[in-house]
Structures are given as C-alpha cells and as structure tokens.
Design a protein around this ligand. Structure first.
Ligand code: XMP
Length: 502
C-alpha cells in the first residue's frame, strides 16, 4: 500500500487513482491523522500531497514520524517544502504564485528513469525551496525554479505536480517511485477487492439480516449486489417506487435485480403524489420526498425481523467530501445517502465501496456481471422527476414529462458520443405557449432539453448536440406527446446554472 498524506491539494485524489491504476492499493490519509498506525509491513511508501497552505504556518516537526517509517517518501509541492523545512533547509515565502507549464531539465536517477531529459511540467505553487537541507541534491531544475526537485537519501521532492495530465511523463514518474523506489507489489485488483469484501461482510453480519436501499443507480446496486453475494437472502434490497421514476424504470430495476438479490419493490406512488399535491417550491418538494422516503424505509425495516445492518453505496469521494477522510480541504457538502437513514434507524452501517472511485465501481459492475444498461446509466436525482417539473407535480404532468424524456433517451442512445454525456434529460416548464397544429390554435406546455458534460457533477458544460438530432427530438416530442407544443434547448453551464432545474 502507498499512503497518500493529504495536505488539502485539489489533486490528492488523482494521486491515489494513478497508483491504483497501476494495481497497487493506495489510501488517502489526513495530515491530521495519528501516523503511528502507518508503521505496518503493508505500507510500502508515502506520498505527501501538495496543499494550499504555507509551511510557515505549521510545525513541520509534527510530521517527523512520517519520515521515520523506514519507507521511501515522495513530497509533492507543499510536501517537498515541508521536508525541506524539516531537514534544515530554507523555504522562501513568495507573494506570487507560479502557475502553469514550465520546462524541466533533470539529471539521471531512479525517479526520472525512462523519461527524456527535457519535458514540460505543471507548476502551481507560491513558496519555493531556497536553500537545500544538508546532504540533499538538486535532481531537476526549471528556468525560474532552481530547486524543482531534490533528493535526500530515500526522500524525493518535486516542486511540480506529476499527477496532473499536463505534466509529461507524470505517470512514469509515479510509477518509478512506486515500483522502482518503493518496490511495491501489484496486488490490488477489482476481483480481489470484491472477494475480500464478500468475505468481510460474511464475517461481520454472520446470520443477521441487512437492508440496502436500492435507488436504481450504479452505487447502491453494486453495494447491494456485493452484500447479496455474501449474505444470500439475508440481504434485502428495498426499492421504493415513489411515482417520480422514469418510464419503465420500476420494471427495469426489478427485471435486472430480482435475479441478483432478494428485492422488495414497494409501490408508494399514491403516498408521494398525495404529499406533493399543490406544492410548488423546489426545496419543499425535496424535503417532503426525503422525509417520506425515510418513513417508508423505516416501516419496511420494522416489518422484517433480525435486521441489524444497513448497506450503503457511499463512495470514496463522498467520504472525502464530507470531511471524514482528509485534512484541510474545505468541506464541500455533507453527503446524505438515501435521506440520512442511519442515524435514526440505529442500524450498523456497511459501506463496501467507501474506498472506491466511481470508475472503479463501474468496472466492478462489469465484473459482477450486472447488465451493461446499469453500467452505462446516467445519474438520476433522488427526488426524481419532481425536480424536473418546474412548479407543481401531478400525474398528468408526470406522464407528459415521462413520455418526452423517453423519446429523448431513445434518440440519445443512438448518438455517437452518448457514453461521454454525463446526463441528458427533459424538463417540463409550467409555461403555456401558443402553437398551431392541424390548423387549430393550441396553448400547451414547453419542454426543455438539458444535456451536460461533467467529470463529477460539480461543474458542467452544456453539450453541443447536433442540430439534426435536436430537430428530430423536437418534432417527435411535439407530435407524440399530448400537451407539449414547444421544445427549447438549455445552453447554460454549471455554474452559474445547476444541472437540474430545481
Ligand atoms: P445539480 O442540479 O446540483 O446536480 O447541479 C448535480 C448532480 O447531482 C444530481 N442531483 C441529486 N442526486 N439526490 C441525488 O441523489 C438529489 O437530491 C440530487 N439533486 C441533484 C444531479 O442529477 C446531478 O447529477
């Protein structure tokens, strides 16, 4: 295992991913953690991430235990400066940041094996190392940064970021560190991970029962499937049809998952729609849906005896975003899975995916033989179509939106770049507009088409869909969906807009 100590860099996750892609397990550890736990035989190397702070603001001595573990250490940017300070060098405080590409010249050595002498690297730093610690050697420089990399025994420091793709041969540098310097073994793989998780869940749960809230998305499906492999019928997947699902969604989820797990499908459509009647405000809609979901889930849990565990599809970025995994990076949002079920229900939580990234979960879905349609599924919000109907939700509007959305998705599936689209969906606007159909005046609803590209849903750009595609979809929706006579295309990015309309 390579431990990545996080000092709050926006690239920390990238470092861990790069290493896992090399079939070596890597874990992110907060810079505020107690490092004594790292003195284990499976820890083969340490990487210190970059960070937004300045080493002047910390007591570098607090990190001395990391350097006493008898494994090689790679310090990136802030991590390098920290080591320089700790070993008696001097770091120069700078008011300006160097940001962007620089040309690096390096000497030979294990970190730069198989890398051309001159390459471009990505710099993003304020402070620089002005004086090296005793016995340290400069191993690379750029025109403006004389100490772009240094080595002191088994410590290697880089002022630039090898983990970002703008740095040429960055992966090779990380690989040189992981294999050439740490001699890490390639023992991390998805199949092995799954087998280990199945064994762990079996041991933990024993003959008790576990519930898993199934949303139809990939995370809860994969988590539930792993748990079902471990527990058989003692894992009960609960899927709630809240009446806000897409066309055929309930049947699709049932058909794909009933063979894989003990699945309970609950029809709560009437209840949800009754609670939502005449509610116009987006936040109120969301709250009502969240609360209702918890009530139904609690009721179901109470009906089954011996339930002691709740399986959730929490992912690594969720753990990190909610501030549990890392150091000083800002808390972006408090993650809530299926409406914050655990605290109220007093069930013990099992999160088989809490160490995984989304693309790793996708590859597990393939390994578990889940249908390809699941693996390729686009994200769908918990409050469902209710946040895609601006204003009040009722069965007529839901039916209209469902139909329009189905047409859009049918057509979208034929797009060459469908896989690279993050989300594509229809929105129903509570807006009348005049039209003419078959010589008659109409006064019907407007439907908006939204399609975005994104890496993580945090920022997004609208997709430049081909005009002939938009034309086909628009014609079909207006002709086939009763009640819609106009189609518009949303050309706004996030920020300033959000992906969903509500
Ligand atoms: P926004 O609209 O905030 O959406 O730009 C970002 C991503 O999150 C999804 N989304 C949700 N997912 N529960 C969820 O599980 C929710 O309440 C929720 N709201 C938005 C949205 O579809 C997009 O992928």
């Amino acid at each position: 295992m390579i431990a990545v100590i996080d000092f709050g860099s926006q690239y920390t996750q990238l470092i861990a991913r790069r290493i896992r892609e090399m079939n070596v397990y890597s874990e992110i550890i907060s810079c505020r953690a107690d490092f004594t736990g790292l003195a284990r035989p499976d820890v083969e190397g340490i990487i210190l991430s970059g960070g937004p702070g300045s080493v002047y603001e910390v007591d570098a001595g607090a990190y001395r235990p990391l350097f006493a573990l008898d494994v090689p250490v790679l310090g990136i940017c802030y991590g390098m400066q920290l080591a320089a300070q700790l070993y008696g060098g001097r770091v120069k405080r700078s008011g300006t940041r160097e940001y962007g590409l620089a040309y690096l010249n390096h000497g030979a050595g294990p970190l730069f094996l198989k890398i051309p002498k001159r390459i471009s690297v990505w710099m993003s730093h304020g402070d620089t190392v002005e004086r090296l610690p005793r016995n340290a050697r400069v191993i690379a420089r750029t025109e403006s940064t004389p100490v772009a990399a240094f080595r002191l025994k088994e410590f290697y420091g880089l002022q630039f970021h090898p983990e970002v793709r703008h740095t040429q041969y960055g992966r090779q540098m990380i690989s040189n560190f992981v294999f050439g310097i740490c001699h890490a073994r390639r023992s991390w793989s998805m199949p092995r991970f799954v087998e280990e998780e199945i064994a762990r869940i079996k041991t933990v749960v024993g003959s008790d029962k576990a519930l898993c809230g199934i949303s139809g998305g990939i995370d809860s499906t994969v988590a539930g499937t792993i748990a079902a492999r471990a527990l058989g019928r003692n894992l009960i997947g609960v899927f709630v049809d809240n009446g806000l699902l897409r066309k055929n969604e309930r049947e699709e989820v049932r058909a794909s998952l009933a063979p894989v797990m003990n699945l309970k499908v609950i029809d709560a459509r009437a209840r949800f729609l009754a609670r939502l009647a005449n509610v116009r405000d987006a936040e109120r809609k969301r709250k009502i849906i969240g609360r209702e979901f918890i009530r139904i889930f609690e009721r179901e849990a109470a009906r089954i005896s011996n339930v002691r565990y709740l399986v959730q599809g929490t992912l690594y970025p969720d753990v990190i975003e909610s501030g549990q995994g890392i150091g000083p990076a800002d808390i972006i949002k408090s993650h809530h899975n299926v409406g914050g079920l655990p605290r109220r229900m007093k069930l013990k939580i099992i999160e088989p995916l809490r160490m995984l990234f989304k693309d790793e979960v996708r590859s597990i879905a393939g390994y578990l033989d889940l249908p390809a349609s699941f693996v390729e599924r686009k994200p769908f919000p918990g409050p469902g179509l209710a946040v895609r109907i601006v204003g009040t939700v009722n069965p007529t509007r839901l039916e209209m939106l469902r139909h329009a959305d189905q047409i859009l998705l049918e057509e979208a599936a034929m797009l060459k770049h469908y896989a690279s689209i993050w989300q594509i969906f229809a929105v129903l606007l509570p807006l009348g507009s005049v039209g003419v159909m078959g010589d008659r005046r109409t006064y019907d609803f407007v439907c908006a088409i939204r399609a975005v590209e994104s890496d993580d849903g945090m920022t997004a750009d609208w997709v430049r869909l081909p005009h002939d595609f938009l034309n086909r979809v628009s014609r079909r929706i207006v002709n086939e969906v009763k009640g819609i006579n106009r189609v518009v295309f949303d050309v706004t990015s996030k920020p300033p807009a959000t992906i969903e309309w509500e």
